[in-house]
Design a protein. Structure first.
Length: 195
């Protein structure tokens, strides 16, 4: 099944805009901007959505930012899948991952929540059969730090620079996933290049 929905996870509101947990929102916003998409509020799905045309011709992609807050993301995305009569395999979810180094991207199919509450809610609502594009936000600076405090903290200026420099790479990854499919994209995105 090809990708029909690309959802970025995050929390709504200016308070959370530049936090680590909102990297999913930020990337889907970047994708929408490059495709000339216009965001519209969608109360029925508790989300902000944008429709874009993709190849092959006459194929429409729905970009989504759930407005339910991170921990209830599954409610919004589950409603969209049911309304459009789409399987969960047509969904690509973009979100932050503390187990990956800052800026690293990884694409996977299925799996557990790994301590991510947004993904845990998705698993509860739609099962585990969806694509995950994870963006590394780095580990907590010290073990005793509260996880919620860390993921809701803003990126430091040098971290923002690293991520900004990676945006063209992420956009190329999206193009691969959309045009070539998940398996092809996975082989490219997940490879480790060593000197």
């Amino acid at each position: 099944m090809s990708i029909a929905i690309i959802a970025g996870l995050g929390n709504p509101g200016l308070k959370y805009r530049n936090t680590r947990h909102n990297v999913g929102f930020a990337l889907v916003e970047q994708l929408a901007a490059t495709m000339g998409a216009q965001w519209q509020p969608n109360a029925r799905f508790e989300a902000t959505t944008a429709s874009v045309s993709a190849s092959p011709p006459k194929r429409t992609l729905l970009l989504v930012k759930p407005q339910t807050f991170m921990n209830a993301s599954g409610r919004s995305l589950g409603a969209i899948l049911r309304e459009q009569n789409l399987p969960s395999t047509s969904l690509l979810v973009v979100y932050d991952d503390i187990t990956l180094e800052l800026g690293r991207a990884k694409l996977s199919m299925r799996g557990r929540a790994g301590g991510h509450n947004g993904i845990a809610d998705l698993l509860a609502h739609i099962g585990d059969d969806f694509l995950r594009y994870r963006i590394g936000i780095g580990a907590k600076p010290y073990k005793a730090m509260n996880l919620a405090d860390y993921v809701l903290s803003p990126f430091l200026p040098d971290e923002q620079t690293i991520l900004a420099n990676r945006v063209p790479v992420y956009l190329e990854h999206f193009k691969l996933m959309i045009d070539k499919g998940a398996e092809y994209a996975m082989n490219f995105i997940n490879q480790r290049i060593t000197a």
